[in-house]
Design a protein around this ligand. Sequence first.
Ligand code: NAP
Length: 244
Amino acid sequence: MNLTSNTILITGGGAGIGLALARQLAERGNRVIICGRSEMALLQAQAQVPGLLIRVCDITDQASRQAMVKWLNSEHPRLNMLFNNAGIQQRRLFIDADALADLEQEVATNFTAPVRLTGELLPLLKQQPSATIINVTSALAYAPIADLPVYCATKAAMHSFTLTLRHQLKATTVRVVELAPPIVDTGLGGNERSAGTAGQRMMTPQDFASEALVQLASGQDEVLVGLAAGARKMGEGLFERMNG
Ligand SMILES: NC(=O)c1ccc[n+]([C@@H]2O[C@H](COP(=O)([O-])OP(=O)(O)OC[C@H]3O[C@@H](n4cnc5c(N)ncnc54)[C@H](OP(=O)(O)O)[C@@H]3O)[C@@H](O)[C@H]2O)c1
């Protein structure tokens, strides 16, 4: 896959994995647009990465998302790459009273909104000589961690959606790629993850983005970075080992 001269939207590009991808893709000569809810985070990202284009958008808010889609159609009609990257992660213990707090927001951010955005941008993507949708899932899509039950389920759903969308679009010019990170050192889910063995196995967002772009450039349908490759192979066979 050609990773220069594209017009790219990265949802959740103001921090973490999205920002690392945005930086490296901008350095390779792409036009990169990032979106997120916090204008401050987007402005800070723009100050760090010259040339980044920013758009305040809550992808779970229909009006906000559709305004962005309209803006992309008029201002960036050559958009040919979409990274469905924005995500949130919540610990939920179903023996606790607040297990269902913010359930809809987690499901919407990680699943419903990227599916809607994909459908809303497809008419534009299909107009391009070639286009790519990259869905950011997780190693946890294949083997869940017990205290992240809804997060893992949304990532498994996104994995499944990616397979079927790829199949449906195979006669078009739009490719569909899954990008599954391992544990990456970002603000996802708060800072609890830095402790213990998870912390020891974390990749930096920069190293993750470098490896992901090497695999993306090679044209793979599934970009499985670090321990995501083993998780994809072993699937739920890893569950007891991971949660023992
Ligand atoms: N870090 C890991 O270990 C890891 C592992 C596997 C998969 N992933 C996946 O990688 C992706 C990026 O995660 P990350 O680790 O980089 O997390 P992060 O540092 O917390 O970044 C998440 C980004 O998503 C944005 N976002 C959240 N809700 C949004 C919404 N409703 N609309 C628009 N933007 C929204 C946030 O910006 P605002 O708050 O300003 O909106 C932020 O820029 C996620 O899909 C995550 O599930 C991460």
